[in-house]
Write a protein that binds this ligand. Sequence first.
Ligand SMILES: [Zn+2]
Length: 233
Amino acid sequence: MLADLTWPEAGERAAAGAILAIAVGATEQHGPHLPLSTDTDIAGALCARLAAARPDVLVGPAIPYGASGEHAGFPGTLSIGQAALELLVVELCRSATDTFDRILLVNWHGGNVEPLCRAKDLLRAESRDVRVYLPRFDGDLHAGRSETALQLALAPGRVRGDRAAAGDQRPLAELLPVLRAAGVRAVSANGVLGDPAGATETEGAALLDHLGTDLIDRTRLWWPENSAERTGT
Ligand SMILES: [Zn+2]
């Protein structure tokens, strides 16, 4: 973890070619049963898995706030909005690339995708090697079975299982116009999009494995100079 290092140690890791990985999460409602930090927790867990698999990956402090305007109206949601997140990421990565040649942003919140990608495009236009990882998996949308299972696998004591309840379960294509116009509160009184019923720690561990493997695989492709294919080792 970068935060544990001194500056000479950080410099040594950078000189050895370290990739800085930063989790991009949110502080937002996740139904009546999951903690507000759920997105940051999951993104951080994926960074940790990548670092465990690749010694050249160094994990920086996570960004715990994101663009969560669609979750307004639920107590505890703390959103900095799209423009602030974009600027935060731009300035953070400009600073980080003073030390590290390669920056990987690991995102786990849909509302962050557009500002993150705009920031990445600007940074790459400045010749900075900044990448964004967006997870791909089949699951429900928000605080449903997938995220409940993941949180059970990460920290079961933080899941209020007795308060879990289904929310709006319509597919995203149908929900999106209403979500864009009026936010989650307009479609789901409890904040859940999906149904946490049936989520288990085992299912969450399997999903974490799947996501971790996808992140490791895609990172290998992004930096072929570090891969076995290129070096022949
Ligand atoms: Zn979430």
